[in-house]
Design a protein around this ligand. Structure first.
Ligand code: PMP
Length: 361
């Protein structure tokens, strides 16, 4: 008799599909919203020296004091408002683990970053997923979310602004309305905030039911290093801190972060470039026949391809350009998400798409 050894997994886990990314080696990689300009080489020597000076046999500082202090100062909040994690996705998971359990309700408007819903469902929560629609440029459904949250006494509401994969930035007034009208905790993901010149940290001061999530993976060119942090009221941060594993950061990721924080001048120009290049794509892509482009405040652009997203994806791939096919996301059939590349990469992207849209066959 054959049995499935996977049967030992909880039913909630067996019911979901894994977060999946097809590894592909292409000369131009526009599928993960990374900083296309790369991490500044000039900082690497200083980082090596810092790391070489540490005793690798010893655990990192239990409280990650230095980095927490620096991030708190950077965000202009007290130290006990900040928790550092191995990427912001770790902190999102830990916060969900702290807040929702079996039978609890959470509101996750879609389409958005898949991890929120996946992790909540794994924790046994009931995820309500109102749809954000192309016709409204994926506006946040404020009234529907408030209504759902109140009706189900939701323990958590997720807002990602600018939102992945739509690029939509939500108005602060809308975010405030949601925070004020819902009984639960609002998880506000600011992963792409730098591309919208946005800082919503004051909301954590104004309200006690918000946690903000930030990452070094996008604007700050450190996706491979895995560093994120969250900002919460100290009582909430302390609760999440109980759930979080100790030593989230290793001494290498800690050193990279500390040295980077000393050199904002090396990152600011790459953010300026990404914003300029995004705005250029927002102007040039809609000129191509069959492409519908939505406003974006992030370092990627969502496009609808009338000729078929699958064919466009394959054509781009054959031209050495990897983008993200998001056509399986709710409400996004025939859509692709294009990360903003360097000027030269965007030239190649536009050229390939220009050719494809004119000769899709
Ligand atoms: N939030 C959003 C909206 C994202 O798009 C991502 C990564 N794609 C993350 C969080 C996770 O980022 P990281 O774990 O690298 O900090």
């Amino acid at each position: 008799m054959t049995t499935n050894p996977g049967r030992f997994a909880k039913p909630e886990v067996r019911a979901v599909s894994a977060y999946h990314l097809e590894p592909r080696d292409t000369p131009i990689k526009l599928n993960q919203n990374e900083n296309a300009e790369g991490f500044p080489h000039a900082l690497k020597e200083e980082i090596w020296q810092r790391v070489a000076g540490r005793d690798w046999a010893r655990y990192p500082d239990f409280h990650l004091r230095e980095i927490t202090q620096r991030l708190a100062a950077h965000a202009d909040v007290p130290e006990d408002w900040v928790l550092v994690g191995n990427g912001s996705n770790e902190l999102l998971q830990m916060t969900l683990l702290t807040v929702v359990g079996r039978g609890d309700h959470i509101i996750v408007p879609l389409p958005t970053f898949t991890l929120y819903r996946l992790q909540s469902v794994v924790m046994g929560a009931m995820a309500h997923t109102p749809l954000m629609r192309a016709e409204t440029n994926f506006a946040f459904p404020v009234d529907e979310v408030i209504d759902l949250a109140q009706r189900h006494d939701a323990r958590a509401i997720v807002m990602c602004s600018p939102n992945n994969p739509t690029g939509t930035a939500y108005a602060e007034a809308d975010i405030r309305r949601v925070i004020e009208a819902t009984p639960g905790l609002v998880l506000l993901d600011e992963a792409y905030r730098e591309f919208n010149r946005q800082d919503l940290c004051h909301l954590v001061r104004d309200y006690d039911n918000v946690v903000i999530f930030r990452t070094f993976s996008k604007a700050l060119a450190m996706a491979g290093v895995r560093v994120g942090y969250c900002i919460a009221r100290p009582e909430m941060a302390a609760e999440i801190g109980k759930v979080k594993l100790p030593y989230a950061l290793n001494i290498l990721s800690e050193a990279v972060t500390l040295v980077s924080l000393d050199h904002p001048e090396l990152f600011a120009p790459t953010i300026d470039t990404a914003i300029q290049q995004r705005d250029r794509l927002l102007i040039e892509l809609p000129r191509l026949p069959g492409l519908t482009v939505y406003p974006s405040a992030a370092n990627f652009v969502l496009v609808h391809v009338a000729q078929g997203s699958d064919r466009a994806f394959q054509r781009l791939l054959s031209d050495g350009i990897l983008v993200r096919d998001v056509s399986h996301y709710p409400g996004l059939s025939d859509h692709l998400r294009l990360s903003v590349g360097t000027a030269a990469e965007n030239d190649a992207l536009l050229e390939s798409l220009s050719h494809f849209t004119r000769h899709p066959g």
